[in-house]
Design a protein around this ligand. Structure first.
Ligand SMILES: Cc1cc2nc3c(=O)[nH]c(=O)nc-3n(C[C@H](O)[C@H](O)[C@H](O)COP(=O)(O)OP(=O)(O)OC[C@H]3O[C@@H](n4cnc5c(N)ncnc54)[C@H](O)[C@@H]3O)c2cc1C
Length: 442
């Protein structure tokens, strides 16, 4: 009886001292971390700068390493109901000739799907699940973080009202995690002298158009090469009207020496700045200029990233997602790596009573593989296949693709990136728990 009472007291003490996590930013990484912590019974609260969380952005892809994580959160059917389950990734030259087609997600033998999805839909699925599971009080909007301080045994985040800039009450926790995306104030606090973002020499225009299904109706296509233009197109919503059209996401990348310095995901773009580069891309399987001219939204974004950091964790504060490793959006991995970070951090906090050590372990586990993705996206992203064909053909049409490159070489180019980013089939099916987050080094 006495022993049972003693055990009860210990359990109550542990319960009382449960770790408390302050998350800054309710984007893809912050919400995934929140859901993973909730699953691990670790209390957390998310502070978001936006006064209201709106479904912003255009398309984003979730490859199987990301959907594996989201399936462990029980979100696959919710995502399936708003996304397109991608059937294949296909590569073409700028004359519309097929170079390589590869089945994707479950169609390619993975246990998990590949989803092409509106970023806003993804954010809303994550947000609704988090609110339902953790409670409405666990998301606080209209709180822009202005910095962090640490005391013995806790870390405190400071806030202001993003509209009036009036100071708001600070919030303390056992740890603070910056999931603030590319404009992280906390990253800036730890790295005040970090230079401007590194421009890749490629400017990017993105948008969405209502359009009829093409190819398989769930194809993600990459066409051409950046000297002229490289275009990525994939559907992100099915059956959006009575004619059975889809919401088609497209991205045009063009080598451009000068760029507008602002890194703003919502900056409007201008059709006339890029449409000439693809004006004659009328293929029998898709009229590319017509699709792009039909856009209801056009945004512009420079392809920039930042050099990998030497460390993310400083005592009780760490960085996650784009705040930790902003990367060129060339491999459909910005969202996925943020999701993997969130899972890894929650797993390490769950197994630890020492938050400072857990944050260091998280950094050791996630910094090397994500740095590898950042650097690979610069030199050898998945569209390296297109560069190879561009170089070998001198940007001319070919009689037969096998005269230019063998199927084995194409497979090897594709699989190389899969290994770097951590979604090659073999590794993904073999890894369990924390192992998956360490991805691969190649
Ligand atoms: C508005 C917007 C639109 C985007 N559109 C696309 C897109 O169309 N396609 C694509 O591939 N990627 C897009 N991204 C980027 C993509 O979401 C990320 O690259 C990726 O998912 C990694 O997620 P993250 O959680 O690290 O960052 P994000 O998803 O960018 O989330 C960061 C969150 O932190 C909040 N925040 C920022 N600073 C503070 C602060 N100081 N205090 C409190 N909260 C703060 C932001 O409002 C945001 O909600 C977009 C991001 C944003 C913010």
């Amino acid at each position: 009886m006495i022993l049972r009472f003693h055990t009860f007291l210990i359990a109550a003490a542990i319960e009382e001292r449960a770790m408390n996590v302050v998350i800054i930013g309710a984007g893809i990484g912050g919400l995934t971390l929140g859901l993973r912590l909730q699953q691990a019974a670790i209390p957390c609260r998310i502070y978001e700068a936006a006064p209201e969380i709106k479904p912003l952005g255009v398309g984003i892809n979730l490859l199987p390493h990301a959907t594996k994580e989201l399936s462990e959160l029980g979100l696959v059917s919710a995502l399936d109901s708003v996304a397109v389950s991608t059937r294949e990734i296909a590569y073409f030259n700028r004359f519309g000739q097929v170079i390589y087609r590869e089945p994707s997600g479950r169609f390619g033998g993975y246990e998990w799907p590949q989803f092409s999805i509106h970023r806003g839909d993804l954010q809303m699925v994550l947000l609704e699940a988090f609110l339902e599971r953790a409670g409405a009080a666990c998301v606080v909007t209209g709180h822009r973080c202005t910095g962090v301080k640490q005391e013995a045994g806790s870390a405190t985040a400071y806030f202001e009202n993003p509209l009036t800039r009036e100071a708001l009450p600070p919030e303390s926790g056992d740890i603070v995690v910056s999931c603030e995306g590319i404009h992280s104030v906390i990253r800036k606090q730890f790295y005040p002298n970090e230079g401007p973002p590194r421009y890749s020499g490629i400017n990017m225009w993105r948008g969405v158009t209502r359009w009829k299904p093409f190819l398989t109706g769930a194809s993600m296509v990459r066409i051409g090469w950046i000297n002229t233009a490289k275009v990525l197109i994939y559907p992100i919503r099915n059956n959006i009207d009575e004619e059975g059209r889809q919401l088609m996401n497209w991205v045009v990348d063009i080598e451009t020496p000068h760029y507008k310095q602002q890194r703003d995901w919502n900056r409007p773009g201008n059709l006339d700045d890029f449409i000439d580069a693809i004006a004659d891309w009328h293929f029998d399987w898709l009229d590319v200029p017509a699709l792009i001219r039909g856009a209801e939204t056009i945004l512009e974004y420079p392809m920039v990233d930042q050099d990998p950091l030497p460390r993310w964790s400083f005592g009780r504060v760490t960085l996650l997602g784009d705040a930790a490793h902003p990367m060129l959006p060339r491999g459909a991995n910005g969202g996925a790596q943020a999701i993997l970070d969130g899972s890894a951090l929650a797993e390490l906090l769950r197994g630890s009573s020492d938050p400072v050590a857990a944050l260091k372990d998280y950094e050791s586990c996630r910094l090397p593989p994500t740095s590898n993705v950042v650097l690979t996206n610069r030199e050898n992203p998945p569209d390296a296949i297109l560069r190879e064909i561009f170089l070998r053909t001198g940007d001319k049409p070919f009689a037969h693709i096998h005269d230019v490159i063998s199927q084995d070489e194409l497979v090897a180019l594709s699989e190389r990136y899969q290994r770097v980013a951590g979604f090659d089939k073999q590794t993904l099916h073999a890894t369990l728990g924390g192992q998956a987050y360490q991805a691969a080094s190649v």
